[in-house]
Design a protein around this ligand. Sequence first.
Ligand code: NAD
Ligand code: MG
Length: 358
Amino acid sequence: MRSILILGATGSIGSTCIKAITEKKLDFKINGLVSFADPKTAMLAKDFSCPYLLMNGKKDEDLYAFLDSNRADIVLNAIAGSAGLKASLSVINLKMDLALANKESIVLGGSFLFSEADRNGVKIIPVDSEHSCLYNLIKAFPDTKELIITASGGPFYDRKDTSGVTIKEALNHPTWKMGKKITIDSATLANKGLEVIEAGFLFGFPASAIKVTVHRQSIVHSIVKVRNGAFYAQLTPPDMTLPIISALSDGNLDLVDIVKPLDFTNLDLTFRSWDKNQFPLLAAAYSCLEKKQGWPIAFNMSNEVAVNAFLSERISYNRISEIVLNVLEKNWEADICCLKDIQDVMKASEEYARKEIS
Ligand code: NAD
Ligand code: MG
């Protein structure tokens, strides 16, 4: 039996994980649960007879101590936003493998996160659906030359004028049910931008070898192009169960029809281009991946501040991209060698974004 810890247990990813383990009677032992301040956590912990930690008012050291005293074979980090970075680093320093849904850890941590994983001899297995797909495809096709990440296009792909977009409209994602932050990012395509950067660091591909195609059905999770010119893809219905459970099992469980198989008697799959004027945040993310240094960090933090401001009705929808683009106008050249270097850029870019808002 594989033991696991779930960070962000009450969120969209955490709940999908727990539901799959319960309903499919998967051979996992839950050693502990972590969430922010969700009373649901206590009930879940009772169900699984495991300890839990609510991070509200707690320090990083409390999380580290909790993880240390409830060690597991692998840890699912499904915390939302930049708070996930410290959690990922704690898991890595405690020499546990990491099933990583928190893409912000990769965008903020970059090469430092992966060198820390190497130093501690642990694996980072992506849970983001596109990256889970690419991880498995690259394993199967080591001669992969190009990555094609699919994007649903979000609720506004066919709507050119997004002035006056309401929170409710922006949260109405056509194919996925997710937490609020990532849902807004899927409307602006900042999420796809974060994913392009995530793929760059995870798989060591330059920005020029990573493409994005708009695939409205969210069935093809990504595609690789190999040396001889052929393309290979992974197809399942839009359901996070497979990427979550496949990362947690890491080849140690025999997963049979973990998601509903597709019905090929009636299936339309379309692929379209995206426009960099319509989705400037995706275009900006490419340039952040090219430049690296502090740029991906500034992209992530300014977007996080702007999205929170939109969700609390302090700015309009269109201001999100304006704020991020303005912050990226600043100089984010910096040698990123340690956590302190990352935190310095995090703080400075957050401050710039806050100033833009006020
Ligand atoms: P969510 O908002 O639904 O859930 C977030 C969880 O994290 C909650 O349990 C919350 O209590 C907990 N949390 C928040 N702040 C915390 C903190 N400081 N310390 C500890 N716990 C904290 O988010 P989600 O949609 O499940 O997304 C989680 C992560 O997975 C994000 O990084 C997101 O980008 C990524 N992701 C999500 C999906 C999806 O389908 N939802 C898909 C791909 C990637
Ligand atoms: Mg994704």
